[in-house]
Design a protein around this ligand. Sequence first.
Ligand code: AHR
Length: 629
Amino acid sequence: YTITVEEGATGPAIDDTMYGVFYEDINNAADGGLHAELVRNRSFEFNGADRAGWTGTTGWELVDGGGAAPPALVVDDDTRLNERNRNHFRLVADGAGDGVRNTGSGSGVALKAGATYDFSVWARTSTAQTMTVALQGPGGRALGTAAVAVDGSDEWKQYRATLTASGTTAAGRLVLTAGAASVVGLDMVSLMPTDRWVGKNGVSPLRKDLAQKIADLEPGFVRFPGGCIVNVGSMYSYDAENGYPRARSYQWKDTVGPVEERPTNANFWGYNQSYGIGYYEYFTFAEDIGAMPLPVVPALVTGCGQNRATDDPELLQRHIQDTLDLVEFANGGVDTEWGGLRAEMGHPEPFGLTHIGVGNEENLPREFGRNFLQFEAAIKAKYPDMVVISNSGPDDEGATFDAHWDFNRANDVDMVDEHYYNSPAWFLQNNDRYDSYDREGPEVFLGEYASLDNRWQNSLAEAAYMTGLERNADVVKLASYAPLLADVDSAQWRPDMIWFDGQRSWGSTSYEVQKLFMTNVGDEVVPSAATGAVVEPKPITGGVGLSTWATTAAYDDVRVTTPGGGTLLADDFSDGDAAGWERLAGGTWSVEDGRYVQSDVRAENTLVRSGDITATDYDISLTATKTAG
Ligand code: AHR
């Protein structure tokens, strides 16, 4: 085929920030992932109320140095380290050698021969002693040890040591033992590789290989800290009497200040978040890699499968104030309350926040609109130049989507966050999605999208789609694939861009596509036209009979398979026409070996075709099986 470029023609300018990343704390993206912490449940805050079977000692084992084993004693009383991180472990040792052993995340504490590790612990005891911290491999093999001299002041103090691992293992352990018969309070037990991400903001608590993979993308922006974790649970807040309710949404104030004072949280995705990396770390990391920070805050209308909006005006005002405080944290002078905290944490210069998202996939357009306008008015009153991003709800089409867009247009919002996850065929067929978007209307932030698998054909479809985003760079101002990170042993969502375990990380084919686009952002679109043997991504029409069979009722299992996914349509061939195609009855969709399978189909005398696969992609097959007898 031939691509023709019209001489002298100019298209829309492409902003340097066009392609970015969406960092979401899902799939253990933070603890066990980007957060370089190797100790699981380092502050003994896991709780059975969050997940059956969890306790304050989840991730810990007791070490018996002789005599009686120490009891599993997690306490929440007046001797706590601080109000926000309330539990600590009380080690009652009847002699030297009693202690605790941490089993790490995933298969264990990942250790590498020759690497050094920064250990720290907050301890409180009235018995001065030399505690021992040790690295162990499988079977208790000694891989490194250090002495920790603890004073007998009975005050909480932080103690540090450096350890060098003498062996490599994915299943290591960290052991901390008393040096004498004593009672020792332990909290915030931490072990991190010394070799972590270092940027212009210095040494960070970020795991180096993962941070580097993100940096290598050269993203224009970093959206954080998540999708569903932002809005679900936003109705819950700190209660002076009962402390923090479980499973509240990600609220930025929980995640800043000294790490030992940050509370933990039960995450929407079913695991515990330490907040060892929080808003300060995300802002500094974004700055390190030259990306625009783009936080998203809850609008107090839950989405993500829930339909709830707050009816508490005080709570709404509290969140609006939190959002104003967030802008102050990012941009305020060092003499302001929150700008002062930023300076205390090591960054007196402002972060230069220009965009903020309000809400994530809110299900209820009316309630979302009501709340959004209050956030927007408050933000614009104080920070008139701030770009306040609205959203289009959970769907990419349909009544909720339309209602959100009606609201967004009527109120002339700055920008609208759209999310969708679809088949590769959908991405090929919808390359022109934004060609018809109103140039006078709000701009688009495509905050989450992915083709539904991590195979080459998915990334190819994404690449094709991104040419459509780029062609519409006057409307689509920002775009980020989602989600960014996934623990191969514990993922709640797939596909994902970067995968990891305790020792390794690797990019998917979608990562390579994103990298290709992000590291080659043009200045402006050059209008072009393609002619010749271009395969048009159009639906098959005209009743292509791909497979037939007589009476499916005679079979136990009928499976229809297509490499393209999409909607399979069926028609009763015995009526002699190819009209009246209907969605194939029954069955459930799954992906097997890269092919989309609708199994357990129930239909009779049926022609099958796909409703939205491309012309190159209609290799549909059908198998029918019958068990003996
Ligand atoms: O990226 C995974 C989830 O997809 C996000 O949390 C949510 O915003 C969307 O539904």
